[in-house]
Design a protein around this ligand. Structure first.
Ligand code: MTE
Ligand code: MOS
Length: 799
């Protein structure tokens, strides 16, 4: 066992404790960025002037009328930018655009003494536009050859030879819908300037270091002159990895120009209209199988909608390419990816990056093909699983611990009584003409680490005060996922203290610099490693002091229960406070900076080959649904999950993450129906589903009626902090099981062997069309039951 993964006796990690801020969250006492407005004197409020075109040139901008509105203090335009008018590290997002790139694009911002004054001021600003032709769907982008960024390929073997050897070849094209992050706290920033011109920004950001960098570059100052703090976020889900930066820059610019604190907070409609989402993916695929259902060859072209600028689309696409295999050995594969450039919001990260979109394609193929080969969805999946750790993924990484997936699969099928319930369902379906039930299981294998190796580093600063109290700073941000809770547990474990002795400070760039975004589920791995490293240094220094008192070598000093004791020493343990005090008097440094980088990663961005991931997370789920044949409406009757989080750092947190991710993934796959106006009218390009009234999020009523979540046991991960594994994103892909169950239920309305196409999201409407499709098969000849070469796309509606 490695030193990193080794858990001492009486470890605080592994204890089931509530989220460190749970009480604050539910009582309202927990502070979020925008709560600071009420505590700040003289705040100015910023309001955007939003363009009513999908694509247009700004031909005239007259801000003078805004100044006639009482309470308006300043209008911010491109002319005010002392540094670079740009809000993204790819340098393709002007903060104040002269070319409007999507419907709603903010052209300039008005600062007012009240939000209402700013809003009225924004209304008064006069802008003339020259409309330009726009591209608002992926097919339009393909037709126009409108792409951005690189177009990488992952490949192995010989796909053409694999297809020739295959006895069954299927193909299709379909578009899977994107997803809005819908964090409860919208984008928010508040900025101040001090007497020396140094800027302090509170931002609801997953990436304080990048927010700092962007604000500095807009202001034309160095990073050392800008500090960014993130108290916590009311959810990020990837939507605050880059998307917070521009708003922080607006607040900072306003504060430097006026000398007053400036607040930017988007309302829900603005947030949904301006910020990027999980991108839609249009996928064209061809898959060759042998008679036993082995996937011999797979060819996929992913076209992801990047929206108007690149943002995180390259990492999103890399994830898709590196997860198209999911848990399956595919000897011959060619996966191509490209990023469409459209006049939509700039799409970005969402839990799993493109991993879910990549895996969905393969899961969809297996689900569609299984009945045609006379197999169940579970059997075709099992036959295609990676079998041994000597096998490699299409990008060349060994599938270490693949035996875990087989164990998890068996466990979840057994625990859920899959076979018994399958028989009950058959009986139920035989006696119910208009209601059908189905049960399905799907696996998840998800790689952990940023694909880009350089990002896999983290930092911490741990301070022990003379009274023995401990303050932990680390570079990760808290967005509800429980990272701070885990970091407190890590520090308490490393120092041998009870949790109550350790406190944690909000994330800020002047404590821990140069951090990566808290994302790719790496928060606990990277920051946990860094917190432990800092604590280990302090502990080693204290061990020298304690060894002197206890009469043992420092290596024989142990820390537990807030005291230091010597192995085989007769002397009384030294209480922590006393030891700290003594160390201080001996002039021993009581604080330490910790640093961690993930070892053993290699990734070639040119060839798309290497071992980019530290380890894989494994999981599997079984879902049972009931579908109504008249409406397509459905219920999720029961879900069973077995998921691998290594040895959990914090079991309650991890169970919550698995449940939350499952429900969020089920939302993406079955409910959340994004609509963009693709018509030719004046609102072309507008995101029509702008609020909770038209965009259906999962809520209590869509929770599985029975929801059993189990963590895979005795699962120590040698390469990670205290033997744990990341949890944030992988379980989002477990609800493929719900989608597959819905497909089977729809199939059950047709004759045996029916295989329908199911759109994504599988809304009741989509399920209804799948049922109609299945019913039509009863009258068709069996020979006609082929997967249509081109499956009709979702029609983007004007609503
Ligand atoms: N859980 C909550 N409650 N809120 C969030 O915003 N974001 C998810 C996941 N779980 C999120 C969440 C995403 S997208 C990621 S990448 C991880 O948390 C990030 O945190 P971690 O790296 O600490 O797991
Ligand atoms: Mo998560 S999409 O990596 O923030």
């Amino acid at each position: 066992m490695s030193e990193l993964s080794d858990r001492p006796a009486k470890a605080v990690v592994g204890e089931s404790i509530p989220h460190e801020a749970a009480i604050g969250h539910v009582t309202g006492a927990a502070l979020y960025t925008d709560d600071l407005v009420g505590r700040t004197h003289g705040v100015l409020h910023a309001y955007p002037v939003s363009a009513p075109h999908a694509h247009a040139l700004v031909t005239r901008l007259d801000t003078a009328p805004a100044y006639d509105v009482s309470g308006v203090v300043r209008v911010l335009t491109a002319d005010d930018v002392p540094g670079v008018n740009d809000s993204n590290i790819n340098h393709d997002e002007p903060l104040f655009p002269t070319e409007v790139m999507f419907y709603g694009h903010p052209v300039c911002w008005v600062l007012g003494a009240s939000l209402e004054a700013a809003r009225l001021g924004a209304e008064a600003v006069q802008i003339d536009y020259e409309e330009l032709p726009s591209i608002v769907t992926i097919p339009e982008a393909i037709a126009a050859g409108s792409f951005q960024g690189r177009a990488p390929t992952v490949s192995r073997g010989d796909v053409e030879a694999g297809m020739s050897a295959a006895t069954h070849v299927f193909s299709g094209t379909w578009e899977a819908s994107g997803q809005e992050q819908f964090y409860l706290e919208t984008q928010a920033s508040i900025a101040y300037v001090d007497e020396a011109g140094q800027v302090f920004i509170h931002s609801s950001t997953q990436n304080p270091s990048e927010t700092q960098e962007i604000a500095a570059h807009v202001l034309g100052v160095t990073s050392s002159e800008v500090t960014v703090q993130c108290l916590r976020m009311g959810g990020g889900f990837g939507g605050k990895e880059t998307q917070a930066n521009g708003y922080a820059a607006i607040a900072a610019l306003g504060a430097t120009l006026t000398g007053r604190p400036v607040r930017v907070r988007l309302n829900r409609n603005q947030d949904i209209q301006f910020t990027g989402k999980r991108p839609d993916f249009l996928s064209t695929w061809e898959a060759g199988f042998d008679d036993e259902g082995h996937l011999l060859a797979l060819k996929v072209v992913f076209t992801a909608d990047g929206g108007w600028s690149l943002d995180l689309m390259q990492p999103v696409l890399s994830r898709a390419l590196c997860h198209v295999d999911n848990a399956y050995w595919i000897p011959n594969i060619e996966a191509h990816g490209r990023i469409a450039k459209t006049n939509r919001t700039s799409h970005t990260a969402f839990r799993g990056f493109g991993g879910p979109q990549g895996m969905l394609v393969t899961e969809n193929i297996l689900g569609t093909v299984a009945p045609k080969l006379g197999l169940t969805g579970e059997e075709i999946r099992r036959r295609n699983f990676y079998r041994s750790a000597d096998q490699t993924t299409p990008y060349g990484q060994r599938v270490r611990q693949i035996e875990r997936l087989h164990q998890i699969w068996d466990e979840v099928l057994t625990e859920s009584d899959f076979a018994g319930r399958q028989r009950e369902i058959e009986q139920f379906n035989a006696t119910h003409e208009h209601t059908k039930r189905a049960i399905a299981a799907t696996p998840v294998k998800f790689g952990i680490s940023f694909n880009k190796s350089s990002m896999n580093q983290g930092g911490a600063l741990v301070l022990v005060y003379k009274d023995g109290s401990v303050l932990v700073n680390h570079g990760g941000t808290e967005m509800g996922q429980g990272l701070h809770t885990k970091m407190l547990q890590v520090a308490a474990t490393a120092l041998g203290l009870p949790l109550s002795r350790v406190r944690l400070a909000p994330t800020r760039t002047d404590k821990v610099p140069n951090t990566s975004a808290t994302s790719a589920s790496t928060g606990a791995d990277l920051n946990g490693g860094a917190v432990k490293h800092a604590c280990d240094q302090i502990r080693d220094r204290l061990a020298v002091v304690a060894g002197g008192i206890l009469g043992v070598p420092p290596a024989d000093v142990r820390f537990a229960d807030a005291a230091a004791y010597g192995l085989n020493s007769e002397r009384e343990p030294i209480p922590w406070e006393e030891l700290v005090r003594t160390a201080y008097l001996q002039r021993i440094q009581l604080h330490a900076a910790g640093y961690y980088r993930t070892e053993g990663l290699e990734w070639n961005e040119e060839t798309y080959q290497g071992s980019p991931f530290k380890y894989f997370s494994y999981g599997a789920a079984v879902a049972e649904v009931e579908v109504d044949g008249f409406t397509g409406a459905y219920r999720t009757r029961r879900v069973d999950v077995v998921h691998d989080v290594g040895d959990s750092l914090s079991p309650l947190i991890d169970i919550g993450q698995i449940e939350g991710a499952f429900v969020q993934g089920a939302g993406w796959l079955t409910l959340e129906d994004q609509r963009w106006d693709a018509g030719e009218g004046p609102t072309r390009g507008r995101f029509s589903t702008q609020g909770a009234s038209t965009y259906k999020l999962p809520s209590f009523s869509e929770m599985p009626e029975v929801f059993n979540v189990t963590m895979f046991q005795n699962a120590t991960e040698e390469g990670a902090i205290y033997g744990s594994k990341a949890v944030g994103e992988p379980p989002l892909m477990l609800p493929f099981s719900v989608r597959e169950a819905l497909r089977k239920a729809a199939n059950a309305f047709g004759p045996a062997g029916t295989s329908v196409h199911l759109a994504s999201p599988a809304t009741p409407e989509a399920v209804y069309w799948a049922i109609e499709d299945a019913r039509a098969k009863s009258t068709d000849s069996v020979a006609a039951q082929e997967v249509p070469a081109t499956i009709p796309q979702r029609v983007p509606s004007g609503v």
